[in-house]
Design a protein around this ligand. Sequence first.
Ligand code: GLU
Length: 486
Amino acid sequence: MVRVRFAPSPTGYLHVGALRTALFNWLFARHHQGTFVLRIEDTDVARSSEQMSRSILEALRWVGLDWDEGPIYQSQRLELYRQAARKLVEKGLAYYCFCTPEEIEARRQKTQAQGQHWKYDRRCLKLTESQKEDFRKRGVPAAIRFLVPEGTTQYEDLVHGLISVDNQNLEDFVLLRSDGYPTYHLSVVVDDIDTRITHVIRGDDHISNTPKQILLYQAFGSPVPRFGHLPLILGPDRKKLSKRHGDTSVLHFRDRGYLPLAFFNFMAQLSWSPGQEEKVYSIEEMIREFSLERISKGSPVFDLAKLEWLNSKLINEMPLEELITQLQPWLEKRKLWSESLWREKKSWLEKLVQLIRSRSRTLVDLVEMVAPFICDEVKYEPEAVEKYLTDSRLDVILPRLKEDFAAVSQFTAPELERVLRERAEKEGIKAALLIHGLRVLLLGKAVSPGIFEVIELMGREKTLIRMDNLFLARKSLESKDKNENN
Ligand code: GLU
């Protein structure tokens, strides 16, 4: 039975690197009908926060990752780690260390000054019982160090193949600090044993930790799980992905208007390919196709263009109802959603979203495009006004076109087009002058889907009102001029 876990440290927001780890564990668990355990590694009291834990859970839920057990908080299990460390001391597999950081630092410097490589010199391993007693009487706090055995430690990494380390290269690492807090190695192994984890799938940055942890499993007499380390994610410049490449927190992508499924696809396809490149997979398909063997060793590049592509593809392909459900909270936030909008104008909204979705890459784009159809006011982009609304012929012809529009019996795209083209011909101007002008007057900007569909959906009332806005729209040029002169 497969049992995996995701074990974030709540010292910051959930970032994309950690999310990919969560995602692969989750897919692996679901593929094998196994168990996905969530554990919050919050033993670093100074750097962890509850707020971060909450935001990590929020991010996981947004992407659609649910957990079967947990969240287990390590901060609530400190006694368990202490007992485990003491048990190893009793078995002679670990020992108390009374060295202070300053003493260790002094010896390290001395060793290195002699050109030698430093690792903990086992001074406290050689202490007699009475020397230890003496330290205790003086109240010197003790850490517990693991006694690294001789030999080599090796394992078959699920991604990288055989990895082997000479134990001579490992120092007797600390299990329990002198303040009673466990180190990462101790708590992670105690918990993975306790929750019977079968596969540890995590980032490459943990490769060097694994041999130490395998030694710990052996010391505890527990079966060693399989390990798989996922390659580091790179930025477009092929350097380790970091804040320099922009905000990499998961919720940032939610707030930018990406759909959870598009984001899921994008993240899953960093290091793994379900088969076809040009497709948005459903969660069920990804679960079915997922296998650790297909994870590539090379570092994937975090390419936002791919995310955008997936997102707009999904926006265009998903059922309209579902898209509107996703859009609703966004419209609510912008105060563009009302119960009556949904009750009375459902089919109008559906037609509108259908018309504009092909031009939207994100939910933010969609909201921006819906806004002028619902709001009373239009925000005029000065560049658009300058380009299409400064021709003085419009001052005369627009009022006439307005009368034409007021008089059409059917306010439909074909009728509106007919009337507009007739007007252009009568006036001896190109229809484009009116088409571009109307677009800016109605929407405030220079690009939109087919203008006649736009006018039809805008409706007669709003359209006629906005056709009077020439003066108002041109006023936006004043602020532009002002900005340019400053
Ligand atoms: N808490 C560790 C981290 O956030 C993960 C530990 C593990 O997966 O073993 O990097």
